[in-house]
Ligand binder design. Structure first.
Ligand code: MLT
Length: 419
């Protein structure tokens, strides 16, 4: 039998053409040959009711609601509730959820001592991953796989509450500044901005334009079904590891430049083009060079074949935010020129290389004053409810411990000859 371009010895399948087709589908899923797709690995085997994604049509929905509507009309906390609990909250439910989170924004002072141990050269993502994992030391009950529903929910609330504090503190550490404590009268996004920027700018004013943009960006990043970090969270969690260590593992996966680090790579590329004189056409031509192609960052997506719906929303938001804040960033113009050229140039059209979510997000983060090293941390902040929802779903479905199927392709048997 030939499957995914490779041949295998299989039991002979008898029956009508239709029956044979069914048998082959069964072979795919039951024999584990689904793992042969080196792009998707075994993640296609996970059932989930959280995020719907149609890569052909460019559709993304959280729990059935179009991402476009949520991004325009909801707050990040509302969307977090939707992802985690499966329904949009009522006014009362949202108030309870918001207040529960506010109660837990502070982290133990001993956590600060761990933070103090990191040199200022430590990347904020490394600190974030380490400190989120160390929450297990402060809340050892989270290690109990048989936590009651209420205890499990408290673990979720604590994580939602403390991750922004730890994220902002990881930034403070990287610039050698004292940390800012949370201000619980502020909403989720404003509180994060306060912890990032209030000191040394003591008269720091939280701009509603910035808060709105941040809400939108976090919503757009809140979940994206199975991918490197999310399937990591599910896989680690499937061993009954605590939510904190599962999400810490997800943060490490996201840190990789091919995953969460992509928007930083886009900014660096746009800066490179700017430094070279800003001629986008020259770089488009270089991208087509067969021998030594220049890699255009932020274009194309493994799943989206036409366009990434998040990119359309982010592009519009980038224009609005930069105009509202009166920021003139020449790299936005370069980005637009690149996009225009790529969308009209047959070379890119044929290869379906459309701008993805990472293409414009860094430009907005920059306009909001978020430093480049923090871009992936911002992604983690947005992705948190998605990871939590996926972990919770995996636990509630009582999924067995994950064990990706391996297809052995090495030497069959070798004779050992001692030296
Ligand atoms: C994401 O949002 O997680 C990225 O687009 C990566 C992916 O889906 O593979």
């Amino acid at each position: 039998i030939i499957l995914e371009g490779k041949s295998y010895k299989m039991p002979i399948v008898v029956g009508t053409e239709d029956e044979k087709a069914i048998d082959i589908n069964n072979l795919r899923s039951e024999s584990g040959y689904i793992t042969l797709d080196s792009g998707y690995k075994n993640t296609g085997a996970t059932e989930s009711a959280i995020t719907f994604l149609d890569g052909e049509e460019g559709i993304l929905r959280y729990r059935g609601y179009p991402i476009e509507q949520l991004a325009e009309q909801s707050s990040f906390i509302e969307v977090a509730y939707l992802l985690i609990y499966g329904k949009l909250p009522t006014v009362e439910e949202l108030e309870v959820f918001t207040n529960e989170i506010k109660i837990h924004t502070l982290v133990n002072e001993d956590m600060r001592k761990i933070l103090d141990g990191f040199p200022s050269t430590a990347h904020p993502m490394g600190i974030l991953s380490a400190l989120i994992s160390s929450l297990t030391a402060f809340y050892p009950e989270s290690l109990n796989p048989n936590q009651s529903k209420e205890e499990a929910n408290l673990t979720i609330i604590r994580l939602m509450a403390k991750l922004p504090t730890i994220a902002a503190w990881s930034y403070k550490n990287s610039i050698g500044h004292p940390v800012n404590y949370p201000k619980n009268k502020l909403d989720y996004c404003s509180n994060f901005l306060h912890m990032m920027f209030a000191y040394p700018t003591e008269d720091y004013q939280i701009d509603p334009v910035v808060v709105k943009a941040l809400n939108k960006l976090l919503i757009l990043h809140a979940d994206h079904e199975q991918n490197c970090s999310t399937s990591t969270v599910r896989l680690v969690g499937s061993a009954n590891a605590s939510l904190y260590s599962s999400v810490s593992a997800g943060i490490s996966a996201l840190w990789g430049p091919l995953h969460g680090g992509a928007n930083q790579a886009v900014i660096e590329m746009l800066e490179q083009i700017k430094a070279d004189g800003g001629d986008s056409k020259k770089f488009i031509a270089k991208a087509k060079d067969k021998d030594d192609p220049f890699r255009l960052m932020g274009f194309g997506h493994r799943v989206y074949k036409n366009f990434d719906p998040r990119a359309t929303i982010i592009k519009k938001a980038a224009d609005e935010v930069l105009t509202a804040l009166g920021v003139k960033d020449p790299i936005l113009d370069i980005a637009k020129e690149l996009e225009e050229a790529a969308l009209t140039d047959q070379y890119f059209v044929d290869r379906k290389l459309y701008p993805n979510v990472d293409f414009y997000s860094g430009i907005i983060y920059r306009a909001l004053g978020i430093p480049t090293d923090m871009f992936t941390v911002m992604f983690a902040l947005g992705r948190l409810p998605g990871w939590i929802a996926q972990w919770k779903e995996m636990r509630e479905q009582k999924e067995p411990i994950g064990r990706p199927r391996q297809v052995y392709v090495g030497e069959k048997e070798r004779n050992y000859i001692p030296m």
